[in-house]
Design a protein around this ligand. Sequence first.
Ligand code: NAD
Length: 317
Amino acid sequence: MTMHLITGGAGFIGVNLIRRLLAGGQEVVVVDDMSRGRIENLGELEADPRVRVATLDCADADGFGAFVAGLDGRVDDVWHLAANSDIPAGIADPAIDLQRTFLTTFGTLAVMRRFGIGRLHFASSSAIYGDFGETVIHEDIGPLEPISNYGAMKLASEAQIRAAAEAWLPCARIFRFPNVIGVPATHGVILDFVEKLRATPDRLDVLGDGTQQKAYLHVDDLVDAMLHIAALDGRYRVFNIGPSDDGITVRRIAETVRDAASPSAAIAFGEGNRGWVGDVPRFRYSVDRLLATGWRPRLGSQAAMERAVAEIVGARA
Ligand SMILES: NC(=O)c1ccc[n+]([C@@H]2O[C@H](COP(=O)([O-])OP(=O)(O)OC[C@H]3O[C@@H](n4cnc5c(N)ncnc54)[C@H](O)[C@@H]3O)[C@@H](O)[C@H]2O)c1
């Protein structure tokens, strides 16, 4: 049985990954400071004897190391998902991204090196690219000029991992996620709209004019791609993950959420095509490298969004 340590494992993507690893007969250690994650997100998984949960800050390499020392050298793979996932919060206070995104990577690498753990899978983001407008973004495009602190700290994290792969880390995978949707949602545009409609059932205020267009991937497809990439050969590999379409607009998401959660609500759009500072209004993502390895998403952006809206509205009913 392989032992997988998942930083940020009590968050949205973490619990979906854990479910799949357990279904595959694996053992799991969750390390999460519970800043945004919740034990309840694990649901019935918490009671599984193959799951161990530690509440700690993985930027604290000493505390994290003391915990890993108690695992008797049994950790095979680390999935580093811990980060600040609240992009506007990181713009308001850059220290949040420094601590939760950059320094968690630093701490995780320090612990892996100390205990000779040789396989790292890292949740990076399309935010590392910045704003390329209509240009199709493939993995080797440049220059990389992220426009949010979140993207900057993800890019700096990738750079740390690249250097580690040169010096001592035998296997590193970088996953550049698009917008990922599903349950248990901890953040994101769908959850935001659902919560706004609960507060004011007759009105939905949208940040920006609704024309922002992005690709959305359902979390089931995402986890599928992560496990697929993890099984590929190579020391250091980087992949965009996403659907193969150009995405859907915020207007369409707002209308779908409104129809599902509060059909009589009026939608009020804001101005400009950026929801917030650091928002990329449109990006076109190439997943050709991943498709060439034989992986295919089951849902495109539209179908993923419709399914996630039903799941999130259902979970909050
Ligand atoms: N959801 C998306 O659309 C998306 C897109 C691109 C990249 N990502 C990345 O995927 C990863 C998982 O995202 P998610 O959507 O599940 O977010 P999430 O907020 O639900 O999960 C992140 C988890 O990290 C934990 N965490 C934060 N700081 C920590 C620290 N110092 N020590 C230990 N744990 C800490 C949080 O408590 C949370 O449980 C993140 O790295 C995120 O940046 C997500």
